[in-house]
Design a protein around this ligand. Structure first.
Ligand code: GLN
Length: 234
């Protein structure tokens, strides 16, 4: 709260897409995760006040941002050229590759993308994992109807467990988390060298630079390190 005579700091909201552990998930009805803690820590280093979270399916986050329903996205979102045409990103705060996840029973252990030939494969709509499936597999190793697109990765992993797909393409740290809690495992990693950033509207340069300064402050204070310890045990 601004004190008398000073302008009150603007307040912002943020959007996320739970079901992407340990970045964002629901625990006992509560939204928790690395992105949640990190984003709130970053905002607390700025002049902005934080007005809370809204939850969306992943592929609705960018429209929600550009329609002014939210002011920022914190959702393990990869900075890439396509998205950069519509929104801006802060500096990167995490790195990832894609994991090819299979059932733990050992019946199917692919070692490369070509081993997925003629297999049903799943990913979450609008993700870079979906991009790998579309660009590297569909029309080549697998047919279009062998790609199963899910609203969220929890449903994709569930369908993998049920045997409706034989592999799911998903970010490595999230694959590792699912592998700890469910009967699935990483068969191999497909290197994409992705970097996650917070999404901001292109006309909101002030917020983008404030979040970048906040991110530096959170790294310098040791808070970033604490949060990676807490959520990834790194
Ligand atoms: N990092 C991936 C992407 O940006 C997946 C993000 C997610 O599912 N939350 O597309």
């Amino acid at each position: 709260n601004g004190s008398a005579g000073t302008e009150q700091a603007p307040s912002i909201t943020a959007g996320t897409a739970p079901g992407f552990p340990p970045f964002e998930m629901k625990e006992g009805g509560e939204l928790v995760g690395f992105d949640i803690d990190l984003f709130e820590a970053v905002v607390s280093e700025t002049e902005y006040r934080f007005d809370g979270w809204s939850e969306f399916e992943f592929d609705s986050l960018i429209p929600a941002l550009t329609n002014n329903n939210i002011d920022a996205i914190a959702a393990g979102m990869t900075i890439n050229e396509k998205r950069d045409q519509t929104i801006d990103f802060t500096d990167p705060y995490y790195s990832s590759d894609q994991a090819i996840v299979v059932r733990e029973d050992g019946d199917f252990s692919p070692g490369s993308l070509s081993d997925l030939a003629d297999r049903p494969v799943g990913a979450q709509k609008g993700t870079t994992g979906e991009g790998v499936v579309q660009d590297e597999l569909v029309g080549d190793e697998i047919s279009e109807n062998q790609y199963n697109a899910y609203d969220n990765y929890v449903l994709a992993i569930q369908d993998l467990q049920n045997g409706n797909v034989d592999a799911v393409v998903i970010d490595v740290p999230v694959a590792e988390t699912f592998a700890k809690n469910r009967p699935v495992e990483i068969a191999f990693v497909y290197e994409t060298g992705e970097k996650f950033g917070f999404g901001v509207r292109t006309d909101d340069d002030e917020l983008t630079s404030a979040l970048n300064s906040g991110l530096s402050a959170v790294r310098e204070s040791g808070r970033y390190e604490e949060l990676t310890q807490k959520w990834f045990g790194e």
